[in-house]
Design a protein around this ligand. Structure first.
Ligand code: PEP
Length: 252
């Protein structure tokens, strides 16, 4: 099964309109004419619309960094799927470890966000990953199972083509520590197996599983060479067009 690689950049709470537009333009230049891979950027909501204008005639996709499950209403501080689409986005990152650990979003809320995003036509990137303590306690696979099963509860076959999973070990996010390619492949292969338990095999095999956690120009090639690593979710290194440009242009 061949899956088109997806390189996603999460800008987190960085950039104002001017910086964001400059960065998006430089990243689009770094993409060149690549057709065998997709590139997605998740800027802050406040710059989504302006960045979408900069990227208008490029294949780069745009995502929100989170999304609400409702279309509109009394949900102070939230952004709806329709608002993301209106600003030029087609995807949302859901369940990022910073949402889980700093803002205490649990699997049940993350599942609501997943279902909402998919129901309104967005691509939904479900982030999962274990803490260092979980890994040291030998419970990594139990936690991944729980996050996948609960996060995808009620997500039906028709929505799976717009599902992406990002495996991001919490201990590797923003720390400069990367999972070794063997650790990452082991986790990705386990997640692939879980998807096969939930969905028909061809469908499960078509889901892209991204690795995230200190992906940098000097480790991307090794990670992308693993059988079940279909792309990367990049934080820090996505804020520089030089490093993100190199990551996008990973060598196969
Ligand atoms: C992330 O925020 O999803 C991430 C993986 O960050 P970093 O690349 O900085 O570790």
């Amino acid at each position: 099964m061949s899956r088109k690689a997806l390189i996603a950049g999460n800008w987190k709470m960085h950039t104002t309109v001017v910086d964001a537009c400059k960065l998006a333009k430089k990243i689009s230049e770094a993409c060149g004419n690549l057709t065998d891979r997709e590139v997605l950027l998740a800027p802050p909501f406040t710059v989504l619309s302006e960045v979408s204008h900069v990227l208008q005639n490029t294949p780069i996709l745009l995502a929100g960094q989170n999304v609400c499950w409702e279309e509109s209403g009394a949900f102070t501080g939230e952004i709806s799927p329709h608002m993301i689409q209106d600003a030029g986005g087609s995807a949302a990152i859901i369940g990022h470890s910073e949402r889980r650990h700093i803002f205490h979003e649990d699997d049940s809320m993350i599942n609501k966000r997943m279902r909402g995003a998919l129901a309104f036509g967005l691509t939904a990137i479900l982030c999962i990953g274990e803490t260092l303590k979980t890994r040291e306690d030998g419970k990594t696979f139990d936690v991944l199972r729980e996050q996948v099963v609960k996060g995808l509860d009620g997500v039906s076959d028709v929505d799976v083509p717009r599902l992406v999973v990002a495996y991001e070990p919490v201990w590797a996010i923003g720390t400069g520590k990367t999972a070794s390619k063997e650790q990452a492949q082991e986790a990705h292969s386990f997640i692939r197996g879980l998807l096969t338990e939930l969905y028909e095999k061809d469908l499960a095999d078509s889901v892209r599983i991204l690795y995230g956690g200190s992906v940098k120009p000097d480790n991307v090639d090794d990670l992308m060479a693993q059988a079940d690593i279909d792309g990367a979710l990049v934080g820090g290194a996505a804020l520089s067009s030089e490093s993100f440009g190199r990551i996008i242009n990973f060598n196969k």
